[in-house]
Structure formats: C-alpha cells, structure tokens
Design a protein. Sequence first.
Lengths: 113, 109
Amino acid sequence: NAGVTQTPKFRILKIGQSMTLQCTQDMNHNYMYWYRQDPGMGLKLIYYSVGAGITDKGEVPNGYNVSRSTTEDFPLRLELAAPSQTSVYFCASSLQGTGNTIYFGEGSWLTVV
Amino acid sequence: ELKVEQNPLFLSMQEGKNYTIYCNYSTTSDRLYWYRQDPGKSLESLFVLLSNGAVKQEGRLMASLDTKARLSTLHITAAVHDLSATYFCAVGRNNDMRFGAGTRLTVKP
C-alpha cells in the first residue's frame, strides 16, 4: 500500500548545487503536486500537473523545474540551490475533479548550506 | 488573489474542553480541506467540504463551511491529548490550492 513515495527523505546541499527530488505514486492519480513547507508555516504550491506531459506553475515556482513524462512520476529539480530553498518538500496526488482527497508523501527535508 | 487566514495560530486547551478553529478565505472557491499534521510527519486528510452549509464529523472533530461568509470552522468537542497536532485548512479554486498558516493545538491533561 505505497501511495505517494518521495526520495530522498533528507538531503544537505551546498549553495549552487543542483538536485532532483523524486516522487512516484501508484494510485493512478492524474493530478500531482509539489509543495514546500517552511518552519511553522503552511504549505505553498510550487508546481502541479494535471496529467502526463502537462505541468504548470504554482505560487512559488522560481528556482525549480518539473517534468511529468509518466502518470506515476513527478520529479522536482532544484537548480543552483540557495539557502532560501531550505525547506520541507511534499509531493501529493489526487484524482481529477474537485472534492477528491489529496494524498501526501512523507516529505523530503532539504537543507542548503 | 486567494488568501487563507486561520485563527488562532496557537491553541492550548485542557482535556474535556470544547473549542473552535476558524478559517477565512478571500475569494470564491470550489472546495475546502482540513488536514492534520503531527510533528515531523506528513499531512493527513480530515475533511473535504464542497458546498455551502456542508457539515462533516469524525469522532471529536466537526467541520463546517459557509461559502457566503467565506468561512470554515473546525470544532473540537471534549478534547483529548491525542488531538494535539497542527491543523491546516486549505482552500481550492480551479487547480490552485492555498493553505492557511496552521493552528498548533496542544491538549493538556
């Protein structure tokens, strides 16, 4: 019963490095999302996808890129990491349509030093 | 722009007491969610509210939605220690969803 799986769970990056956060879901959901959560704050939407081959910006997309080549996978790439990107990143997925539950992954803790 | 405000941000209550968390939002939306988050953990879906007057209950938690007032409430009845967590509301419009800052609830014996 995997649901939404994120890797890695923890990562320390140096300023200027790049990395990819992996996200995969096995529920055949067409909608997928990436959020970041700063300490003591709510979640902010980075990017989302309504299906394979379709992605769109959320509230805070700068410094990130995504792709959606398959229904299952939605990787998030950080280019030229900055301290402001230190955060917890959550991937999520849902079925199309309003009112459907959004399922979250366990989170990826990223520190940029 | 869709904005979401929760209050209070911090809530300390005694076991057995009742309290309400409020979630106000700035523009029309088509859905409202309540989530629970334990420290260092992911978000657990509690309720999805879709229409004006919607009320849902699960155990000691009851959520309601007033779309005309752009207000949702999460009511806690006879709190127990296990309810200690951070509660978020989130408001959706089209493909966008915005979260409140969260209410950190501590239930004391």
